[in-house]
Design a binder for this molecule. Sequence first.
Ligand SMILES: [Zn+2]
Length: 291
Amino acid sequence: MGVHTRGVIQLNKVLFGPAGYPSEARGNVKHVFQILTETGMTALEYAAVHGLKTKEDKARIIGELAKKSGISMSMHAAYYISLASKTLRTRESSKDRLVKALRFAPLMNVKRIVFHPGYLGGLSKEEAHVVIRDALRSVWETAGDQSGGAVLAPEIAGKLSAYGSIDQIIRLCQDVDGCIPTIDWAHLYARSQGEINDKENYLKVLTRFENDLGKLFVNNMHFHISGITFTEKGEVAHRPLGQDWGPDILPLVEIVRECGYKPTFISESTNPLQGALYAKFLFEELEIGSK
Ligand SMILES: [Zn+2]
């Protein structure tokens, strides 16, 4: 197995935070961290989903504020990354985006670069794996030593036509240095047509990751949570977390508590901050209930 743990951080607390700035902050960076601290958040996934447009001096300010507020930072790289694209230029620019994200990571105090590897681009699954694997190896060779300990975190895809099944993400993390998995539980729920939605199925998934990736997974658990709607092709749209939409995250939070796992929960629900508060509330209720 090509797994190594260089630059991988170890967390000793379960962390909660939103994907992107809370809308209440109206883009004011200082206000962002103020809101996060006041609401008891401990993580933030910086949204560079339309490309990383931040200048270096601004990136530094974000990093310093995160450090001061004790907020653990990840970054969601551009949605249009497509490492196995039919167009070679797109493949190259996708690699460049990840290289840039790794280089910006130390400025922003970011430790994980979350991204979607992309679609199969007309390739077979095996061919796509080779192309994506080689692309990520080259990204890591180019900028892995400049990332200040940040790692690449490819995400489970919500659409069945995209690269990002459990098998594929595990294999990538085994084959490429500097890779940890991002488990998006809403995407898994959509991919499995609603089956991965209870304790038994959540445990099956976690056991699979733990058996195949060991400490690399357990010490770096990065979760996305959200409500979601789906068809037979997979995800359609993100929805609020809670009773009205699946998946049910209570059994997942229970497992985390019972097993002593220390994941970072990033909420991607329609109001990300509200979703993160909901997950934190469930977790703390269980803590209180057990005392
Ligand atoms: Zn996600």
